[in-house]
Design a protein around this ligand. Structure first.
Ligand SMILES: C[S@@+](CC[C@H](N)C(=O)[O-])C[C@H]1O[C@@H](n2cnc3c(N)ncnc32)[C@H](O)[C@@H]1O
Length: 299
C-alpha cells in the first residue's frame, strides 16, 4: 500500500477511538518511528510504499494500546526512553521533579567540579523508579551524581537497567557521568540494603491513584498500563508516602533534600505525612496546570 493511502486510512479508522486531530497526529508519530520519515514525505513522494510493519502498529493502536508501547519509545527530559507493556510510560509532569532534583544536586559539592578531579558527587535515591526515567535523567544531567533506583517490578527493572538514553542524538555525555544502579526491593519494606544517611537527595513517584478514581481514567491507561504502578487502596491511599517519609528520615544525610510526586486531591494530607515524620520545610508544589502535584522537604 502507498504511504499516503495508509496515512489516510489509518487516521480515519483511529477516529473511532480518538478526536480527528489526535488520530492524525498518532498516525504521523507512528510513521515517523516505524518508517523513519515525516508524514509529509507521503505528499512529496507519492509513490512511496508504506512499511509493512505499519499495519501491525495500526492494529495495536486500534486495540487501544498507547502509541508509546507500539513504538517502544517515550521522550522524557529531552531524551528517548524505552518503554514496553508492564512499565509505566513517563509523564511530562514528572519532568518538574527531575528539574528540581537536578537544581538541588548541582548545588551540592562534587557535582560541577567532578570533571576536574572531585572524587564524589551527590548521592541520589529514586524510589519506585519504573523505567528509570528519573534516575537516568539525573545521572545524565549532574556530573558526578551516584544514583540508585529501586523498584519491586522485575519487568520495570529490566527496562531501567538497559535504557540507553545518552545515546545519540543526546550525546555528547559529559565527563563524570555514570549509569544509575538499580535494585529490586519493596519500598513498603525497610530497604535494609541501603545504609543509614547514605543519600543527599531522595525522589519518588510512587503509585498514588485511588482505586475509586479508575472510573475517570482513559481506557488505554486502564487496559494497558500496569496497575501495580498506578493504584493504591482507597482505605489507605498514602501508604507509600508513610514508607517514603520513614526512608527519608533514615537514608538522607543531615540537611538532605527530597521531593515526591503526589495525588492532586491529597496535597495537604500528603504534606502532613512528611511533617508528622519530622521532616522540615515541607512544601506543596504545583504542576503545569497549577494542581498540587509535588511535596518537597528537607531532613
Ligand atoms: C507511578 S510509577 C513511577 C515510575 C517512574 N518513576 C516514572 O516516574 O515514570 C510507580 C512505580 O512504583 C513501582 N512499585 C509499585 N509498588 C512498589 C513497591 N511496593 N516497592 C517498590 N516499587 C513499587 C511500580 O513498579 C512502578 O514502576
Amino acid at each position: 500500500m502507498l504511504l499516503a493511502q495508509f496515512i489516510r486510512d489509518a487516521a480515519r479508522q483511529l477516529e473511532a477511538l480518538y478526536p480527528p486531530g489526535e488520530a492524525r497526529s498518532l498516525v504521523a508519530r507512528l510513521v515517523e518511528e516505524v518508517q523513519g520519515v515525516k508524514d509529509y514525505v507521503a505528499v512529496l513522494e507519492p509513490s512511496l510504499e508504506a512499511a509493512p510493519e505499519l499495519s501491525e502498529g495500526l492494529a495495536r493502536l486500534l486495540d487501544g494500546e498507547p502509541l508509546q508501547y507500539v513504538t517502544g519509545v517515550q521522550e522524557f527530559y529531552g531524551r528517548r526512553f524505552r518503554v514496553r507493556p508492564g512499565v509505566l510510560i513517563p509523564r511530562p509532569e514528572t519532568e518538574i521533579l527531575v528539574r528540581e532534583a537536578c537544581v538541588h544536586a548541582l548545588q551540592l559539592p562534587g557535582a560541577r567540579e567532578h570533571g576536574s578531579g572531585a572524587l564524589s558527587g551527590p548521592r541520589v535515591l529514586d524510589l519506585c523508579t519504573g523505567s528509570g526515567c528519573i534516575a537516568w535523567s539525573v545521572a545524565l544531567e549532574v556530573p558526578g551524581a551516584r544514583v540508585v533506583g529501586v523498584d519491586i517490578s522485575d519487568e520495570a527493572l529490566a527496562v531501567a537497567r538497559t535504557q540507553n538514553p545518552a545515546a545519540p542524538p543526546s550525546f555528547p555525555a559529559r565527563p563524570g557521568i555514570s549509569a544509575p544502579q538499580f535494585i529490586e526491593a519493596d519500598v513498603l519494606g525497610g530497604l535494609p540494603e541501603l545504609p543509614d544517611g547514605s543519600f543527599d537527595i531522595l525522589v519518588a513517584n510512587p503509585p498514588y491513584i485511588r482505586e475509586s478514581e479508575r472510573a475517570a481514567m482513559h481506557r488505554n491507561v486502564l487496559e494497558h498500563e500496569p496497575a501495580l504502578a498506578l493504584f493504591v487502596p482507597d482505605a489507605d491511599p498514602l501508604l507509600f508516602y508513610r514508607a517514603i517519609a520513614g526512608h527519608a528520615r533514615r537514608l538522607l544525610a543531615p540537611g538532605g533534600w527530597g521531593m515526591v510526586e503526589i495525588n492532586e486531591a491529597l496535597g495537604a494530607q500528603t504534606a502532613s505525612v512528611f511533617e508528622s515524620a519530622g521532616l522540615q520545610n515541607v512544601q506543596i508544589l504545583p504542576d503545569f496546570f497549577g494542581r498540587d502535584r509535588f511535596v518537597s522537604f528537607i531532613l
